[in-house]
Design a protein around this ligand. Structure first.
Ligand SMILES: Cc1ncc(COP(=O)(O)O)c(C=O)c1O
Length: 408
C-alpha cells in the first residue's frame, strides 16, 4: 500500500480565539437539533469504538472510531442532517399555511399530510445526503426529487429510489448537479434542501446550516460517550472533507464546548483528486479542486467546490489539510473489516480518516511527527459511512483479500 500523502499546515488557523460563529452553528442549535432528532423513536447514539490495535500501530495513546454505519438504518452520518433540515423546512411551510407555529414533533404524527403532500423537496447528492433527504420526505409525507450525477453508483441511486424519491440523473460532476437542482427548484417552486452553499445570499445559507447543525449531534454524542467512560476529549480529530459541512459542524461544536485551549487539533482529509478544501486553505479563499474530473473511489468526498457557509469556520478552525490516495482508503477499509478490535464495516469515504492516520504514522522514524501527533495523542476518527453501496464494498474488500492471498 502506498501511504503517500500531502499535508498543508494552515497558517490562518485562529490560535487562541474564543469560538466566534455562534450566530451560525452553536451548542444551543445542537440542543434544538437533538431535541427534534431524539424525539424519533428509533434514535440511538451510534457506537464510539476504541481501536487499541490501531492506536498501537499508529504509536498514539488512543484511537476512537465514531461508527456511523447504522445511523437510522441509512448507512451514514448524513442521516442526521438532510432529514432534520426537511423537518425544519416543512415545519416552516406548514406554520406559514396555518398561521401558527407548528413544531416538528407535530409533523411526525402526519397530521398535516394534506399540506406536506403538496410540497416537493429536492437536492443534489453524491448519494448519502440524498438518501437522508428522501428518508425525511417519506417520514414527513412530502414529495422528493434527488439529482444524481453519473458518477453516483446504481446501488446508491437504488437506495434513494427505495425510499420513494424520484431520481434524476444529471450530466457532469457533483457541482453541476448542485447547480441544476437549485435552478430546477427555482423554476418549479420546490424546496431546495442543500447541504452546501454557493456564494448567493442569506436564503441559500440557512438550509445548509440546518443540515450541519444536525451533524453536530454526533459531536455532542462523542463528548458524552467519552465522559461516561471517564475518558478525556480527543487531542486530534480527523475529518473527511467533501464540501466541508461535516468539518465545520465538528469544529464548531468542539471549539464552543471545549473552549479555545481545550479544543482538539483538527485535520481535514480529502481524496487527491477532490481537494477543494486543501486548495482553498493554501489560497486563503474558496478555490476549486486541483483536478476537474474529481475521480476518486471516495464517492462521498468527490466535491470540487467548498460550501461557502462551511468555509469560514473550517479555515478558522482546521490546523492541517491533507490528501490521501484511493489505495489508502481501500487498505483502511480492509484493516477495519478485519481489525482485532472488532469487525467494522466502513465504506470508501468512511475509512478515509483511518487512512489518513495510517498515512501520517506509517513512517515512525519521521521526526518531528506530522500533525503534532505524539505517543500521548488521543485521536478521534469519524466512521462517516458503512457499506452505503454493498456491491462496491464487497468488490473492494474482496479484491484486497485476493491481493493478500496472491502474495501469500
Ligand atoms: C460518507 C461521507 N463522509 C464524509 C462526507 C463529507 O461531508 P461534507 O460534504 O459535509 O464535507 C460525505 C459527504 O457526502 C459523506 O457522504
Amino acid at each position: 500500500v502506498s501511504w503517500r500523502y500531502s499535508i498543508h499546515s494552515n497558517a490562518r488557523v485562529a490560535r487562541d480565539g474564543a469560538y466566534g460563529f455562534a450566530d451560525q452553528l452553536s451548542l444551543a442549535g445542537e440542543r434544538a437539533a437533538r431535541a427534534a432528532i431524539g424525539a424519533c423513536p428509533v434514535y440511538r447514539p451510534t457506537p464510539l469504538r476504541r481501536l487499541d490495535h490501531a492506536a498501537r500501530d499508529a504509536g498514539v495513546h488512543r484511537v476512537w472510531y465514531k461508527d456511523e454505519a447504522n445511523r437510522f438504518g441509512l448507512g451514514s452520518f448524513k442521516a442526521l442532517g438532510g432529514a432534520y433540515a426537511v423537518a425544519q423546512l416543512l415545519a416552516e411551510s406548514v406554520s406559514a399555511r396555518l398561521g401558527r407555529s407548528v413544531p416538528i414533533a407535530e409533523l411526525a404524527g402526519k397530521t398535516h399530510v394534506s399540506l406536506t403532500g403538496a410540497v416537493t423537496v429536492a437536492c443534489a447528492s453524491d448519494g448519502n445526503h440524498g438518501r437522508s433527504v428522501a428518508a425525511g420526505a417519506r417520514l414527513f409525507g412530502c414529495r422528493c426529487v434527488i439529482f444524481l450525477h453519473g458518477g453516483v453508483s446504481p446501488g446508491r441511486a437504488q437506495a434513494i429510489s427505495e425510499l420513494g424519491a424520484q431520481v434524476v440523473r444529471t450530466p457532469g460532476v457533483y457541482d453541476d448537479s448542485v447547480r441544476l437542482a437549485s435552478e430546477t427548484c427555482d423554476r418549479e417552486g420546490w424546496i431546495l434542501v442543500s447541504d452546501t452553499a454557493g456564494d448567493g445570499g442569506a436564503a441559500g445559507r440557512s438550509t445548509p446550516l440546518a443540515v450541519m447543525q444536525g451533524y453536530a449531534v454526533l459531536a455532542a454524542e462523542v463528548l458524552e460517550q467519552l465522559d461516561a467512560q471517564g475518558e478525556a476529549p480527543p487531542t486530534h480529530v480527523i475529518l473527511q472533507g467533501g464540501v466541508g459541512g461535516l468539518a465545520a459542524a465538528m469544529v464548531a461544536h468542539f471549539w464552543e464546548a471545549l473552549g479555545p485551549s481545550g479544543r482538539p487539533t483538527f485535520i481535514v482529509v480529502e481524496p487527491e483528486r477532490a481537494d477543494c478544501l486543501l486548495q482553498s486553505a493554501i489560497a486563503g479563499d474558496p478555490r476549486l479542486a486541483s483536478s476537474a474530473d474529481l475521480d476518486t473511489v471516495m464517492a462521498g468526498l468527490a466535491c470540487g467546490e467548498v460550501s461557502r457557509v462551511a468555509w469560514p469556520i473550517v479555515q478558522a478552525g482546521v490546523r492541517y489539510f491533507m490528501t490521501v490516495e484511493d489505495a489508502a482508503t481501500v487498505a483502511a477499509m480492509r484493516v477495519l473489516a478485519a481489525t482485532p478490535d472488532g469487525q467494522i464495516t466502513a465504506g470508501e469515504s468512511g475509512a478515509a480518516g483511518l487512512a489518513a492516520l495510517l498515512a501520517l504514522t506509517a513512517d515512525r522514524a519521521h521526526e518531528p511527527r506530522p500533525a503534532d501527533l505524539t505517543e500521548s495523542s488521543r485521536v478521534l476518527l469519524i466512521g462517516t459511512e458503512g457499506a452505503t453501496d454493498p456491491v462496491i464494498y464487497g468488490r473492494l474488500i474482496e479484491a484486497a483479500n485476493e491481493t493478500a492471498e496472491a502474495r501469500g
